[in-house]
Design a protein around this ligand. Structure first.
Ligand code: SF4
Ligand code: SF4
Length: 156
């Protein structure tokens, strides 16, 4: 039976089944908690120590899922199926993956669909990359008085 959509139900404007999994590929860090690792251990029927060692690593002091080579984005989560672009551990995936993008729109899906329409082809895939930099808005005195400018530290 077709599900009836009511005003109370959140509507989503993205379709993960039609997406090459930007979220599983672009982010260098998919953080895992102790609870996530316990879930992974149960899912694979291995000890917590084995799950920690085999499926996770430390990245800047944070425990994250391991990544491996990906023909589309260079690297992606080890649990991403490279052909179907679906999660191979759907019922064992970490909380952060369950919640993402936590809103009714997914910016990557929007860019994906936007570019397909712009380029007039369903076969187009924009190679999006994301890098985080610490930045702040600083107030400076310019020739025309005070103004706010963006400041960020360039990488060494
Ligand atoms: S990038 Fe967005 S649309 Fe694509 S799989 Fe992730 S959440 Fe779904
Ligand atoms: S665990 Fe699954 S949903 Fe999470 S990043 Fe990896 S492939 Fe994507």
């Amino acid at each position: 039976m077709k599900k009836k959509v009511t005003d109370e139900q959140p509507r989503v404007h993205f379709d993960c089944s039609k997406c090459p999994a930007f979220c599983c590929s672009l982010y260098e860090r998919v953080g895992v908690t102790k609870r996530d690792i316990n879930r992974l251990a149960r899912y694979f029927g291995v000890s917590v120590e084995t799950a920690t060692r085999r499926y996770t690593k430390k990245h800047d002091g944070e425990r994250v899922l391991r990544r491996s080579e990906d023909h589309l984005f260079g690297e992606a989560c080890i649990f991403l199926n490279r052909e179907t672009r679906g999660c191979t551990i759907y019922h064992g995936r970490p909380a952060v993956c369950r919640e993402y993008p936590a809103r009714s729109r997914c910016v990557y899906y929007d860019v994906y669909r936007f570019e397909q329409r712009q380029q007039g082809s369903e076969d187009v895939m924009p190679l999006v990359q994301i890098t985080f930099r610490e930045s702040k808005r600083a107030e400076v005195v310019g020739p025309d008085g005070r103004e706010k400018i963006w400041e960020w530290k360039p990488e060494k």
